[in-house]
Write a protein that binds this ligand. Structure first.
Ligand code: ACO
Length: 427
């Protein structure tokens, strides 16, 4: 017999079932609340609202735990590669060698886009932000691939997955090529998935792209760490757009837009810009700590704080170590790393940050690594999107296979009551 929770309202007691997850998380199932009482719950920002039951990612923000399909993020970052993790997230199990080879070969079949997409890329101003361009191009894919995915066909679902896994990196890389006036390139299908992402972005015409295994390893790890994070802003967006039965590409395009914001994926760009401006201002980190705590000052310490983690973000721990290793491996001495470490040290000892449980998040160090890998700042959030792609796909797939209802929150209206219309000449 499972627990129930009782709500008392206007002398009437109503019982609701309490749902328990596999990690003993509890939720009051209020599906029947409005029908039985006429009232709704109000929770702006959904701080206490579960939107779904999901078997993809588990995180415990208090204990700093993150697992994909039950596997610890630390193990996956250390022992698996990005494509294995993508398969795991989307299909639920780690692939066998044969499954992984097939997955990769099927993706290779889609390392192309309609040539007319080049005209769309060309129509963007070179100064356009790559995330805006990527969102538009992902949406444009729908026009070039109009057939609706039959969710009852495993084959159809699989084909949609490998199609977007193949095409998305091309679109992402072309946003950079447009910005840098470089010829569009289709990469090299003989390369590994992550190697090919770098090739798509940086290969020069008439030259074979030279792989630096250290760069590939570091990027692989970053993509794994970003691959899913349960019901965050962009993932919830993908699920809610998909819940209207809009297609996969349209749902992903909306996810890219949601990720762009500086409070979400855009934070990695904002962190480097912040560290750079502190450096240019003489490197006085104490001054910026003071600004971050001043309620009259809009400045926030970018890369600090998280909606769910009220302890160290486990991804930030892995990334911090990786940043040190990558910079040493590549022989780079980046002064912003020193500034980042100084800010982190002060924040971890500062009452304001300690009381509010504000710790460095995944984006505090990721930008420093991207920079060391030669990736331009305005591409940082695009790199995040490349990592998050399998997570978005997995969440979309789960939501569609469960035939979840259309996402449609309610509201409490606080506007004017009914009033008489006043014609224009009388206003
Ligand atoms: N610097 C200074 N103060 C902060 C910061 C920060 N980075 N983050 C939160 N606070 C303060 C708030 O001012 C607030 O203080 P108060 O209680 O005195 O009013 C308190 O901490 C709680 O902050 P909220 O904004 O209510 O927390 P919320 O959970 O809504 O926001 C968020 C989380 C958006 C990540 C926030 O911490 C933030 O803006 N951080 C900087 C941006 C960032 O790094 N985003 C990346 C998130 S990770 C990701 O998307 C991959």
């Amino acid at each position: 017999m499972s627990d129930t929770a009782t709500l008392e309202y206007k002398g009437k007691k109503i019982e609701f079932p309490v749902i328990e997850g596999t990690e003993n998380e509890l939720a009051i199932d209020i599906k029947a609340l409005r029908a039985s009482t006429g009232i709704i719950t109000l929770d702006p920002g959904y701080k206490n609202t579960g939107s779904c039951e999901s078997a993809i990612t588990y995180l415990d923000g208090e204990k700093g735990i993150l697992r994909y399909r039950g596997y610890k993020i630390e193990d996956l970052a250390e022992k698996a590669d990005f494509l294995e993790v993508a398969y795991l997230l989307i299909f639920g199990e780690l692939p066998t060698k044969a499954q992984l080879d097939k997955f990769h070969n099927d993706i290779r079949e889609h390392l192309e886009v309609d040539e007319d997409i080049k005209k769309i890329v060309d129509s963007f101003p070179r100064t356009a932000h790559p995330m805006g361009v990527l969102s538009s191009l992902t949406s444009a894919l729908t026009a070039f691939n109009p057939s609706v995915v039959n969710i009852n066909s495993e084959e159809d679902m699989y084909n949609a997955v490998v199609k977007i896994m193949g095409k998305f990196p091309i679109l992402a890389a072309w946003t950079l090529r447009r910005r840098n006036s470089k010829p569009y390139d289709y990469g090299d299908s003989e390369l590994g998935y992550v190697e090919n992402i770098l090739c798509l972005m940086f290969k020069k015409p008439n030259e074979k792209y030279k792989i630096n295994p250290k760069v590939v390893d570091a990027l692989d790890k970053l993509l794994i760490l970003h691959a899913d994070h349960e019901q965050n802003c962009s993932t919830s967006t993908v699920r809610i757009v998909g819940s209207s039965h809009a297609g996969l590409f349209a749902s992903l395009s909306a996810g890219v837009s949601a990720l762009w914001g500086p409070l979400h994926g855009g934070a990695n760009q904002a962190v480097i810009e912040m560290l750079e401006s502190i450096r240019q201002d003489g490197g006085d980190t104490a001054k910026y700590m003071k600004k971050a705590k001043d309620k009259e000052d809009p400045f926030r310490l970018m890369g600090f704080g998280h909606r769910v983690y009220k302890n160290f973000d486990p991804r930030a721990k892995i990334i911090k170590k990786s940043a040190d290793e990558v910079l040493a491996d590549l022989g780079i001495n980046d002064p912003v790393l020193t500034i980042a470490k100084s800010l982190e040290k002060q924040a971890l000892e500062d009452d304001y940050f300690v009381k509010r449980k504000l710790y460095p998040n995944v984006d505090f160090y990721s930008g420093i690594i991207y920079r060391a890998l030669g990736i331009p700042t305005e591409m940082f959030t695009v790199m995040f999107a490349l990592g998050r792609l399998p997570g978005w796909i997995a969440q979309w797939r789960e939501m569609r296979l469960k035939q979840e209802p259309i996402g449609r929150p309610r509201q409490i209206y606080v506007g004017e009551n009914q009033r008489e219309f006043v014609s224009l000449d009388k206003r």
